[in-house]
Design a protein around this ligand. Structure first.
Ligand SMILES: C[S@@+](CC[C@H](N)C(=O)[O-])C[C@H]1O[C@@H](n2cnc3c(N)ncnc32)[C@H](O)[C@@H]1O
Length: 247
């Protein structure tokens, strides 16, 4: 796989796309406080630039972030200085502790284009969860990529022009997002380009893998945070160990 989230795109991501954590935080905080009020440890997988971790740390959790991009984690270290930030691949997740809350937000799991890798990650997450822990994640769905990944958008400001071209191969369930940017560097512009491939999973495929890994779960429409719609473009899952005890 060609490296993604390189130096220039991580800079742009940190500057323009890091608001997902801010959107999700009030919802996640409410769920965590209600379902698991005595939690203290939080692992954010694919933590990116730390947009969620900064809220998690402010709330007093002992937080760990993991991401494969060294450029993304450099920003995470600045944005969430109290978190322990590690570089690594979630497919090889192996830490010497369990966590009360594990999150993996904003398309991150869509980068796992092989079903067996998604299954492996769910299994590894289950091994890292406290008995009454919560695992929350959101993903683009097959329908979301089919409906929305078919466009070209261009945005400009005085320091950056960015062109985003998306397409979806329905047969392979793979979405392609080609990002071409021109970043101002002194008097000139520096070009960068990244190709991101995401797999669109159908809800029943995700459900099946979660059950196999030993989770019970509830799902929401990932954009409105209400009940799933017929063609929800994004789904948010809240998952518990199937032996979750309510006492
Ligand atoms: C769309 S960003 C989401 C970042 C962050 N969760 C957020 O909400 O802003 C996806 C992140 O997943 C990371 N990533 C993708 N595949 C990964 C893998 N196999 N292991 C660890 N990190 C991965 C990328 O480096 C990137 O930072």
């Amino acid at each position: 796989m060609k490296a993604i989230y390189g130096n220039d795109f991580a800079y742009v991501y940190n500057d323009k796309w890091e608001s997902w954590g801010e959107k999700m935080w009030p919802f996640l905080r409410k769920v965590v406080r209600k379902k698991a009020p005595y939690t203290s440890t939080w692992l954010d997988l694919c933590c990116g630039t730390g947009s969620l971790l900064k809220f998690v740390c402010k709330e007093g959790f002992s937080a760990v972030g993991l991401d494969s991009s060294k450029h993304q984690i450099n920003y995470a270290k600045q944005n969430a200085p109290h978190a322990r930030i590690l570089q690594g691949d979630i497919r090889q997740l192996s830490l010497p502790q369990t966590f009360d809350v594990i999150t993996c937000m904003f398309d991150s799991l869509n980068y796992l284009t092989l079903k067996r890798d998604l299954a492996k990650v769910f299994h590894r997450v289950q091994l890292h969860m406290s008995q009454n822990g919560l695992f929350a994640f959101d993903m683009n769905t097959f329908e979301g990529l089919e409906d929305l990944w078919c466009s070209t958008t261009t945005t400009h400001d005085k320091n950056l022009t960015i062109i985003i071209e998306t397409s979806f191969n329905k047969k392979r369930a793979l979405g392609r997002c080609l990002i071409t940017g021109f970043l101002k560097d002194g008097g000139l512009y520096r070009k960068f380009q990244e190709e991101h491939i995401e797999r669109g999973y159908k809800a029943h495929e995700i459900d099946e893998l979660l059950k196999k890994a030993g989770f019970i779960f509830k799902k929401y429409d990932g954009n409105s945070l209400s009940n799933p719609k017929k063609r929800s473009a994004r789904l948010l899952y809240l998952c518990y160990n199937k032996n979750f005890s309510k006492s």
